[in-house]
Design a protein around this ligand. Structure first.
Ligand SMILES: NC(=O)c1ccc[n+]([C@@H]2O[C@H](COP(=O)([O-])OP(=O)(O)OC[C@H]3O[C@@H](n4cnc5c(N)ncnc54)[C@H](OP(=O)(O)O)[C@@H]3O)[C@@H](O)[C@H]2O)c1
Length: 374
């Protein structure tokens, strides 16, 4: 069990960094395409967190909008909607808020002194109330969420909550949607930090557009770009369709300039797909994309050096594409094959870096195959 969930921060701002205007009405900063993107991100998370002030002010529903996404979650054995989570020092929450509507598990992390009053206000059934310490501790909350099986947490705001995660060095990723207008309202909440964040600068993983909104995807967390891209590869492995006979693996291909080239995960396109193979396929058929000759491949599991399902191993694909560097988290246990992927890569002249600190997370995704211990 990982010590804390992967924390993905998500928000939309104006071009000058505001999260809202100062009026009492909720300002929607992003357009339909971005809201749909956020819905997809939500569907890939175990829980959605918002600060108590956002619950009070915006009264969000925090549900997956597209029923096909909920159905896909259900098919994977997950609840149709992620759990809703909030945190409060005062316990001042309205029991009629949408947050407490049925349809998803509700968790309220409350500072110890306000716990009794919050229980009296909310009653027994509306939410699970959890003592989050005095003063309220984000670390305690994250440990408790992990113990409840939350592996991937999406924190959607508001300003104080996002600032606390960033300043505490507790975020793994920031997805920032920038709207094409300025608000210029000094009274409005904006994305800012109470103190400098450790580990700056962030790693810009990719940029995209959703309608008129620019979406910037930053990776954070300790260890610089290598650890950050590898953590992302491990996260991708959670998206794999489950299999009783093959590992769930995620892969990220990054160009020389740090630009994302492609991602992949096991069985993403076809039944026997390996993650590395999918990422390579997305860059077109052989002869391979020339950018691969300067790329790094990040994989949650060491690329396979022996394979039962297809004739070409991932090691052979990597060597054929001329990829000079591979970073992986987890050494393959001798479960399905005897492949010595790392040794084969090194023998072929590929620089291989193993990051054992992330092996536990990569392994946890495959607990159904290898057990949860060790
Ligand atoms: N554009 C976007 O993507 C987006 C997303 C969400 C929200 N928003 C906007 O953000 C604004 C609300 O932001 P906000 O900064 O006022 O409030 P917030 O971050 O939503 O909530 C802050 C509240 O959370 C509780 N809290 C306790 N300990 C905390 C800690 N360590 N870190 C953070 N929160 C803690 C406190 O609740 P108690 O007061 O109950 O003790 C605190 O007042 C609204 O205008 C909303 O529309 C924008």
């Amino acid at each position: 069990m990982p010590a804390r969930p992967y924390v993905l921060l998500s928000c939309a701002t104006s071009a000058d960094g505001y999260l809202d205007d100062a009026s009492p009405r909720r300002l929607i900063l992003s357009g339909p395409a971005d809201l749909d993107r956020v819905d997809e991100v939500r569907a890939g998370c175990d829980a959605i967190l918002v600060g108590a002030q956002t619950v009070r002010q915006d009264n969000p529903r925090l549900l997956i909008r597209d029923p096909r996404r909920s159905a896909r979650r259900a098919a994977r054995g997950l609840p149709a909607h992620p759990a809703r989570v909030t945190l409060t020092a005062t316990g001042n929450l309205d029991p009629r808020a949408n947050f407490f509507a049925p349809g998803a598990l509700r968790l309220v992390y409350c500072a110890t002194p306000a716990l009794a009053a919050a229980r009296a206000r909310l009653g027994e059934d509306r939410a699970v109330l959890v003592d989050a310490g005095d003063p309220l501790s984000l670390d305690l909350m994250l440990v408790d969420l992990a113990e409840r099986g939350v592996l991937r947490l999406m924190a959607e705001g508001g300003a104080q909550l996002l600032g606390a995660f960033l300043a505490g060095g507790l975020a793994d990723e920031l997805q920032l949607a920038v709207a094409p207008f300025f608000l210029a309202d000094p009274e409005a909440p904006r994305l800012s930090l109470p103190r400098p964040a450790p580990g700056s600068p962030m790693t810009l993983a990719c940029t995209s557009r959703a309608g008129e909104v620019a979406v910037l995807r930053y990776l954070l967390g300790p260890g610089g770009p290598d650890r950050r891209f590898l953590r992302w590869a491990v996260e991708l492995s959670r998206l794999c369709p489950p299999s009783a006979t093959a590992f769930s693996v995620g892969a990220v291909l990054v160009g020389e300039d740090g630009e994302l080239l492609a991602t992949g995960f096991s069985r993403e396109q076809e039944d026997h797909d390996h993650a590395e193979e999918v990422a390579l396929r997305k860059l077109g058929p052989a002869p391979y994309n020339p950018r691969l000759r300067h790329a790094t491949l990040y994989s949650s599991l060491v690329p396979c050096g022996a394979r039962a399902s297809r004739p070409v191993t991932c090691v052979q694909h990597i060597v054929a594409a001329g990829i000079p560097r591979v970073v992986f988290a987890w050494r393959e246990p001798r479960l399905f094959t005897d492949g010595e992927g790392a040794e084969q890569l090194r023998a072929a002249g590929v620089a291989v870096t193993e990051v054992p600190e992330l092996a536990g997370r990569a392994r946890a995704v495959n607990a159904h195959l290898v057990g949860s211990g060790g």
